[in-house]
Design a binder for this molecule. Structure first.
Ligand code: URA
Length: 238
C-alpha cells in the first residue's frame, strides 16, 4: 500500500502539494469514487485511479531501448556533456531511469534504460555472463589468429585476462575490417582494448545485442522505445 499523493507524484502528476490540490478540486477518483484525502493508502496495482476523468496508467518500472548516438554519455548527469537521459521525454524521466551499464561516448547502439534496480544489477553483474554483441570497424586486416586469440582470452594492457570472446570476420582486407564480437564482460573500453592488445584499433563501435535483445533497426540514433513484454521476459529470465 502506498499514499495516493506519493503514487501520483511519482507518476509525474506534480509535486505532492500539487496532487493535494488536484484532490481538493475533486479531480481524482479511486475505483469510481472521488478521493477526499491525498494521504489515503491505496494499492496502485489493484485499484483504478483517474485524474480529471482519465485513467492513470500505473506502473512501477519502465524499460526502454535506445539507439545511443555518438557524443552522448551513458549517465544520468554530466557536467559538460549531454546524457542519454537528457534525450528522453519527461513522461519517462519522472521514473528516475538510468542506463544499464555504459557505452563509451563515441559508441553507438543498443542501450537499455530502466528504473528497475534489481534487473540492472543482474544484467551488469559479472556473475551472470550476459552476452553483448558488437559490430566493429577495425583499422587493419583482422585475421584467423585474432579469432584464436579472442577465443583463448585476450590479456589487456593492465594484465587482466578476458574471458573467451567470439570474434567473427564479416569483411577483411588490407584497408580494414568489419567484425562481430561477442563478449560477456563489461570492462572499461573492453572491445577497444582487446583489439589494441592484438595491435589494431577500433574505428567504429556499435552494440547490436544485449542479453538476447536485439537493437531495433527502426530506431534512428538518439531514438528509443519501450521494450515489448516479450523482451522484458527475455531479460528477466536471464
Ligand atoms: N567496449 C568498448 O570498448 N566500448 C564500449 O562502449 C563498449 C564495449
Amino acid at each position: 500500500m502506498e499514499r495516493l499523493d506519493k503514487v501520483l507524484a511519482n507518476l509525474g502528476y506534480g509535486s505532492r502539494k500539487e496532487v493535494k490540490a488536484l484532490v481538493k478540486n475533486k479531480e481524482v477518483e479511486i475505483d469510481g469514487k472521488i478521493a477526499t484525502d491525498s494521504s489515503v493508502q491505496i494499492d496502485p496495482e489493484k485499484c483504478e485511479i483517474k485524474v480529471a476523468g482519465n485513467v492513470v496508467n500505473y506502473r512501477k518500472y519502465i524499460y526502454l531501448m535506445m539507439n545511443k548516438p555518438d557524443g552522448v554519455v551513458s549517465a544520468t548527469f554530466d557536467k559538460y556533456d549531454e546524457t542519454v537521459i537528457d534525450l528522453i521525454d519527461d513522461e519517462y524521466k519522472v521514473f528516475n531511469p538510468f542506463p544499464v551499464g555504459r557505452l563509451d561516448k563515441d559508441t553507438v547502439g543498443l542501450l537499455l534504460i530502466t528504473n528497475d534496480g534489481e534487473l540492472n544489477h543482474r544484467l551488469i553483474s559479472p556473475k551472470w555472463h550476459v552476452d553483448k554483441v558488437y559490430y566493429a570497424e577495425i583499422n587493419k586486416k583482422v585475421e584467423e589468429r585474432d579469432i584464436e586469440a579472442f577465443q583463448k582470452g585476450i590479456v589487456l594492457d593492465d594484465g587482466y585476462k578476458c574471458m573467451p570472446a567470439k570474434l567473427e570476420i564479416l569483411r577483411a582486407d588490407e584497408h580494414g575490417s568489419e567484425v562481430k564480437v561477442t563478449i560477456q564482460e563489461g570492462k572499461f573500453h573492453q572491445v577497444k582494448r582487446m583489439f589494441n592488445s592484438v595491435g589494431k584499433n577500433v574505428v567504429f563501435l556499435k552494440r547490436v545485442s544485449f542479453g538476447g535483445i536485439k537493437l531495433d533497426e527502426d530506431l534512428a540514433e538518439g531514438e528509443y522505445r519501450e521494450l515489448s513484454k516479450e523482451e522484458i521476459e527475455i531479460l528477466k529470465s536471464i
